[in-house]
Design a protein around this ligand. Structure first.
Ligand code: DX5
Ligand code: ZN
Length: 219
């Protein structure tokens, strides 16, 4: 599966949001990961539609919107309208996962499910036909800059092997604690969409950080 980098704007300096997104875009990233937090599904509140709307005309990146929001079906149409390309809902956040995924498709967007670290893969069993991507959280959602949970590597491997056995070409995105030291193991296990917040925007040069990931993808 083709590898993509999805820098998470949660770690941006918000006074320079447009410039920092342009820096990673010019350095060659493919996706932009946008973490929406509601203060209920996760403890923090981040940002919502106005930020996405204002970034949309400034960027050609694929907007990968990760909804850490209770009952996300309330907002799917709005996120689709303000510029999301991929919409990810958490399996734990909705009683009606199948319906939420159908709504995303009806809006003409790519649909994905996210699983918290402790959520078993079997919750995906009856929705695989509806999915373009599966996001495996490798930290507990809510904050950037946390440490990768090592046993998530096995979870990625199990999911990739299940998808391969069934002949399904579904992207596996991994989110949380990915940096130059944890990257190889998640790639090797079969993840192909890599979220990186602090490792791209947190410190150092954004373009150089972006290129380091893209170069590591080629190895
Ligand atoms: C955490 C978010 C992540 C976060 C990742 O709840 O979903 O996307 O920005 O940040 P890092 O890469 O710093 O762990
Ligand atoms: Zn995220």
């Amino acid at each position: 599966m083709e590898r993509k980098l999805a820098p998470s704007i949660l770690s941006c300096d918000f006074t320079k949001l447009g410039e920092q997104v342009a820096e990673t875009e010019q350095a060659g990233t493919q996706y932009l990961h946008i973490d929406v937090m509601d203060g209920l599904f996760v403890p923090s509140i981040s940002f919502g539609m106005p930020i996405i709307k204002s970034l949309r005309p400034k960027s050609n990146l694929v907007f990968d919107v990760h909804l850490m929001v209770e009952n996300p079906e309330r907002y799917i149409e709005e996120f689709a309208a303000c510029g999301a390309d991929i919409i990810t809902v958490h399996a734990e956040a909705t009683r009606h996962l199948d319906r939420a995924l159908e709504m995303i498709r009806l809006c003409g967007k790519k649909a994905a499910v996210a699983l918290n670290p402790s959520t078993p893969l079997c919750v995906l069993d009856h929705v695989l036909d509806r999915l373009d991507m599966i996001l495996l959280m490798s930290v507990n959602p809510g904050f950037g800059g946390q440490k990768y949970i090592p046993c998530m590597t096995d979870k990625i491997r199990q999911l990739r092997s299940k998808l391969e056995q069934e002949g399904r070409h579904i992207d596996i995105e991994v989110d949380g604690g990915i940096n130059m030291s944890t990257l190889d193991q998640v790639l090797e296990a079969g993840a192909n969409v890599i979220v990186a917040g602090s490792a791209v925007f947190g410190k150092g040069d954004i373009a150089a950080n972006t290129r380091a990931f893209l170069e590591a993808f080629e190895k």
